[in-house]
Design a protein around this ligand. Structure first.
Ligand code: C2E
Ligand code: CA
Ligand code: CA
Length: 619
């Protein structure tokens, strides 16, 4: 063949090849378009499908996307070094018959890669190279990669770029949708979703695990914001979020629910006492001073807890009940941990249902009486005990009276509970007298209904008779407001009981009327100064003055004074200096069950001094 013919033939071949290429390319692009038009469920799926299709269209058995900001995928069929080849290039890099070239002779761990041909292109997202798209083959190719191959790879790479862009937008959106921007914590949506998933997981696995939902709401946060500005408010929220995150660690999830509200999901099958201790530790963590720009800032939180499955078997109910409990904690003076109990949820539970629960508890003998000792200040002698009711709920454990007494008071069930306590306390005292315990007085709290609506004298007599207790050792505690409600009749009732020998103590003195005129006419023996005054006598000048005045005034009227809620030695000394007669409080002992009280007395007798009790099991 002459050189001219050869050239002509080459020309024809080239034209034919070009025509063939154009046709093939049109088909390939149509296929690519069709694939791209079908939106895959996720960007990730779309990338995978596009790479797989690309392999076929380019004629390679291996294809991979290598992204710069992602960990290298070990499963990737194309070694990393090969992928990196495409990074620095503009357009497409195609290397045919690469065998022998050092960079692809072996793959990343030194084994021969076996790839002989490679084509790749950078992937751009919004003008920035974010990775490369790579195809490689171990087959010897008949022809080198052509311009149209390169164009195709660029098109595929652009498609993948847009899929990555879509994925990144979604991730950004997800961050915005699922995280709180200020603290970086998960937000309410994520919290509820995770709670829902966890509950579903427990149910479908047939587990009997518990979960705890802890709601925390900062107290008086608005004041911080208003007084110190939003910048300071935000800083406080960040610190609180960080402290919670540290405290919770891998035991569960912390979320910022809204403004100054956080929530914790405890997942590691906690028992109730653990949850209680844990919630307390969260409270204490927030309570610690927060230093911002050299200034100390103080924040406290009111905390509500609900437990799966006791307080709800779905996410919404658990969240709602934790919230109800949190509000209750606020009502109780803030900086407080409150468990949800069914009786709390006045909105959901009708009064009738609450009453039913309490009646059932009565029928099942779930009420217990705890005892808290009272001491004579001058001598340090054990003087008496106050009977304080507890509800031992089969599921919720021990419930403090302030959680059910207010509900009980709205119906006659309080009378039944009160009479039960009176009877149990009297019985217990007689039992102790027989055992030879020192002479004690027992104080029993009376509710308004018990005092005003029952024949108290008759009931008291019948209990005294059946137990054989000396009436002189029985004392009733009523609050000022109970006494002041129809003061004349109240005076009359007290007088009839006093005639039998029973004494009266005015409880929580200072919290309501404090009407001195009536105080004089009430036939009472003792004033009990409310613990809210005692709590602050060392720090609040006013409270110290009030306590001093009340003691002096009571003594003038010939009354004894008992200070409740005495927790520290300083308070004790203050009260002693101001000639308070008796004290009661955690300094000596919490209210404890009868057996523990016996041990307490035995120990105190042995030591001849009223010992401080570490009554751990008490509430
Ligand atoms: P209360 O009659 O004022 O009883 C004193 C409360 O103060 C008790 O709470 C006791 O545990 C707590 N307390 C004692 N010492 C300290 C202390 O040093 N520091 C602090 N922070 N607290 C101390 P509890 O036992 O939870 O009783 C709460 C209230 O429930 C009682 O207040 C009383 O109003 C009512 N309650 C208890 N038992 C009965 C009952 O049998 N009948 C009626 N009607 N009400 C009862
Ligand atoms: Ca009392
Ligand atoms: Ca009291």
């Amino acid at each position: 063949m002459g050189s001219a013919r050869l050239a002509a033939k080459r020309g024809v071949d080239a034209v034919a090849r070009a025509e063939r290429d154009v046709q093939r390319q049109a088909e390939r692009i149509r296929e690519l378009f069709l694939a791209a038009a079908v939106t895959a469920a996720s960007a990730e799926e779309q990338i995978a499908e596009t790479v797989a299709l690309g392999c076929r269209l380019v004629g390679c058995e291996a294809g991979a996307v290598f992204e710069l900001d992602r960990a290298v995928d070990d499963e990737s069929p194309v070694p990393e070094r090969l992928c990196r080849l495409g990074l620095g290039t503009e357009g497409t890099l195609a290397l045919d018959d690469l065998q022998g070239l050092p960079y692809i002779a072996a793959d990343d761990d030194g084994k021969p890669s076996g790839f002989v041909a490679y084509i790749g292109a950078p992937i751009m997202v919004r003008g920035v190279v974010v990775g490369t798209l790579n195809f490689a083959t171990k087959q010897q190719r008949e022809e080198p990669f052509s311009e149209t191959d390169r164009d195709l790879v660029q098109l595929i790479s652009a498609l993948i770029g847009s899929a990555i862009d879509r994925r990144r937008s979604r991730e950004r959106l997800r961050r915005l949708a699922y995280f709180d921007t200020l603290t970086g914590l998960p937000n309410r949506v994520q919290f509820v979703e995770r709670l829902r998933e966890t509950v579903t997981g427990i149910v479908s696995a047939g587990e009997r695990r518990r979960l705890a939902v802890v709601f925390l709401d900062l107290d008086h946060f608005k004041e911080i914001n208003d007084t110190f500005g939003h910048g300071r408010g935000d800083a406080v929220l960040s610190v609180v979020g960080e402290r919670l995150r540290e405290r919770v660690g891998d035991r569960g999830m912390v979320a910022r629910m809204s403004g100054d509200e956080f929530a914790v999901l405890l997942e590691r099958g906690p028992d109730l006492e653990e949850v209680d201790a844990f919630a307390e530790s969260l409270r204490a963590a927030i309570d610690a001073p927060i230093v911002i720009g050299g200034y100390e800032q103080y924040a406290t939180a009111s905390i509500g807890v609900s437990i799966y499955p006791e307080d709800g078997t779905d996410a919404e109910t658990l969240v709602k009940h934790a919230d109800v409990a949190m509000y209750r904690a606020k009502e109780k003076g803030r900086n407080f941990v409150q468990f949800y109990t069914p009786v709390l949820n006045a909105a959901m539970t009708t009064r009738l249902q609450q009453e039913k629960a309490l009646r059932k508890a009565l029928a099942r003998s779930e009420f217990l009486v705890y005892y808290q000792p009272q001491f004579e200040l001058a001598t340090g002698k054990l003087f008496g005990i106050e009977a304080l009711v507890r509800w031992h709920h089969p599921k919720l454990g021990l419930i403090r009276p302030d959680l059910f007494i207010p509900n009980a008071e709205s119906s006659s069930v309080i009378v039944l509970i009160g009479e039960l306590v009176m009877e149990m306390a009297c019985q217990q005292l007689v039992k102790w007298q027989r055992r030879g315990l020192p002479e004690l007085r027992v104080s029993v709290n009376l509710s308004a209904r018990q005092f005003h609506e029952t024949d108290l004298l008759k009931r008291a007599r019948s209990v005294l008779e059946s137990t054989g207790l000396d009436p002189q050792t029985l004392e009733f505690e009523i609050t000022e407001s109970v006494a002041m409600d129809d003061a004349e009749r109240s005076t009359e009732i007290m007088r009839t009981l006093r005639d039998v020998g029973i004494r009266f103590c005015l409880d929580d003195f200072g919290t309501s009327y404090s009407s001195l005129g009536y105080l004089k006419s009430f036939p009472i023996d003792t004033l009990k100064i409310d613990q809210s005054f005692v709590r602050d006598i060392m720090t609040e000048q006013d409270d110290a003055t009030i306590v001093r005045t009340v003691i002096a005034m009571a003594h003038n009227l010939g009354l004894d004074v008992c200070a409740e809620g005495t927790e520290t030695e300083d308070q004790l000394n203050f009260l002693r200096q101001n000639t308070c007669d008796r004290v009661q409080g955690y300094f000596y002992s919490r209210p404890v069950p009868p057996e523990e009280f016996e041990r307490f007395v035995d120990d105190a007798l042995a030591a001849k001094q009223p010992a401080q009790s570490e009554a751990g099991s008490a509430v």
